[in-house]
Design a protein around this ligand. Structure first.
Ligand code: SAM
Length: 293
């Protein structure tokens, strides 16, 4: 699709390059992304936006970002709007990222639950799961500490706004070189060759513990919990402060008594939610005694 209008003048451009991205285009893109996901793109991110969306313009045979903005703002461009979101979200993740969280999960949540008899519900939520390494690391931790977990009322919920990463997460297939953080024992127990050379699949016994669902953290949340642990790591960093605070506030009523909230290493809980959460080590919080369900 090309515009009948003249290509915007390059002197308005925020960056030099093959396509013209001017300030107004950037403002429109960042507003749409903010409305759709809460992600705040400042002009400092112009090079990133340019690089990631230039690929879409080439696919669509467009010459200017202005045409792309017109498309994604239109009713017929909603599919492309999803592509834009996928292109602009950062999905970087890995197995056992910030390993101290998994150690805490094992020693402070799972083991005490098992020591009390392992009865009742155990629910854990990975709230921006990307391609799945986080919920699978949770499942490996759980099963290592409690091999019989699958015979109990144990579930892991894994959500993300991006359906492409969710599909990859649900498939549970990874190149062998991505399994760096996984111990040899866990590799042997929880992965199997996936057919293609160098590809490994998480075994069914692990995958069945996890439910993958689309969820936009800045929209309504159908899940009520309570969750004994919530992982919300390396996602609110992309949101502005009021959005971050709103999300922390929505987690606290969904945590079980003494439940744990794990956040990213460069994030911190701010705002009213802080009154109901006490810090317990690096980027780890527990629900304070007053609130329980
Ligand atoms: C950097 S990854 C973090 C993955 C994992 N939690 C970790 O720490 O390794 C950020 C993820 O947040 C997701 N995301 C961005 N905005 C979101 C939103 N509004 N609601 C839910 N997920 C969102 C992205 O799709 C991406 O998969």
């Amino acid at each position: 699709m090309t515009s009948a209008r003249p290509v915007p003048h390059a002197s308005d451009a925020l960056l030099p390059g093959e396509f013209t991205l001017n300030r107004d285009d950037f403002r429109r893109i960042s507003q749409m992304i903010y409305d759709d996901s809460g992600i705040k793109l400042t002009e400092g991110k112009a090079a990133l936006v340019y690089a990631r969306l230039a690929k879409r313009l080439r696919v669509l045979k467009m010459q200017a970002f202005r045409d792309y903005c017109d498309l994604v703002a239109s009713a017929e461009g909603q599919g492309e709007r999803q592509e834009m979101l996928t292109s602009l979200t950062t999905n970087v993740t890995k197995f056992f990222r910030e390993p101290h969280h998994f150690e805490h999960l094992k020693t402070q949540i799972v083991t005490p639950f098992v020591q009390k008899g392992g009865q009742g519900r155990l629910r854990i939520w990975s709230a921006a799961c990307s391609t799945g390494q986080e919920p699978y690391s949770i499942a490996f931790t759980l099963l290592s500490a409690w091999p019989g977990a699958a015979n109990h009322d144990v579930k892991i919920l894994a959500t993300d706004i991006d359906r492409n990463v969710l599909a990859a997460a649900e498939a549970g297939v990874y190149a062998e070189n991505l399994l760096d953080g996984v111990s040899p024992e866990m590799r042997a127990r929880y992965f199997e060759p996936a057919g293609e050379r160098g590809q490994m699949r998480v075994v069914q016994a692990v995958r069945r513990l996890i439910t993958f669902r689309p969820l936009n953290l800045v929209e309504a949340w159908p899940m009520q919990g309570p969750f004994q642990a919530i992982f919300c790591r390396n996602v609110v960093i992309y949101f502005d402060e009021p959005t971050q605070q709103g999300i922390w506030e929505k987690f606290t009523p969904r945590l079980a008594a003494d439940g744990a909230l794990y956040i990213g290493h460069s994030e911190r809980v701010t705002g009213p939610a802080g009154q109901n959460l006490r810090s317990q080590g690096v980027s780890t919080y527990r629900l304070t005694g007053g609130r329980n369900r």
